[in-house]
Design a protein around this ligand. Sequence first.
Ligand code: ADP
Ligand code: MG
Length: 313
Amino acid sequence: MGRRDLVLLTDHSSTEGTRDAMATAARRLTGREPVLVDARHFMTDGTDGSRDATGRIDAVGEGTVRLEAEGRVVTTDTVVVYEIPPHRRPAFAHCQRQLRAAGVRSLGTDVEAWRAATEKDRTVERFTRDGVPHMPTITLSRPGPEAATQAFERLGGDVWARPCVGMGGDDVFHVTTHAQLAAAARHYADIGADWLIAQDARNFTADGRRHQYRVVVLGGRVVRATEHVQADPDAPCNECRGAVSTLLETDEIPPGIPELAIQATKSLGLPLAGVDLAAESGGVVFEVNVHPAFGTRGVEQIALPYVAAHLQS
Ligand SMILES: Nc1ncnc2c1ncn2[C@@H]1O[C@H](COP(=O)(O)OP(=O)(O)O)[C@@H](O)[C@H]1O
Ligand SMILES: [Mg+2]
């Protein structure tokens, strides 16, 4: 194997910070600096590449590509993809297909798996197909007031509304009244989003706070688990919404939770994923994140094994 550069392909407008952790992992594993490339150069207007990206990808044989952007050129056989925001993924699909067709070593080129995780209506369809436990859900695409009300009542009048594509608990509402439902409907109409409502999972601690787990799965194995506790029972249990996250040791994860997270990841076909799930209501999965953010010990638990999986493949 030649000393080709390892490329770290991420959206440089993202401020999440996992890029640095991935770069650290690459440096430790290869003993060299990875080449940081901005994925935005390889995004197109349509998923088919109908309007060209500013960057260029050329297959040069033997699983190797030549990437060119802003006058810089790098030749590589290993591309670690991370930190591509959900809304930008359709624009990135053409690049993923090119990398895959060239036979580059990458765990981030499965367009279908990404789509199944990113579009939550598709996630629910997969879960239903594969028997992955989740709360009863109805998808709403610009519904009239009647349709929204009907769905709300069918689910029992205590639901969570989420946009089909989103992250960080943005535009997520706990809805228990018709007025709240109408406000949510207006909000999604304003931002032009399709949305879902799902029955409340009743994921409360004994003292009435919300809690749930974030389990990161790599290659069918749990590499990290945290518990999130949210004091506001009407707020999403996301860290950026004020939930407190605690890292769990393996023996502190409740029984059944690792299996459920692994099942959800398999259903979508993702090699790496961060699964949001609750133990209540029999154990239910809320969503599967393609590029889970991580904090303390994230380099050891996620970045190192993830980059290493590229180098072994
Ligand atoms: N049915 C539900 N019951 C209870 N909480 C829910 C439900 N659906 C969503 N939530 C809360 O909202 C959060 C955000 O929803 P999620 O699907 O994870 O989207 P995001 O991509 O914004 O994190 C969930 O992690 C959970 O805390
Ligand atoms: Mg989430």
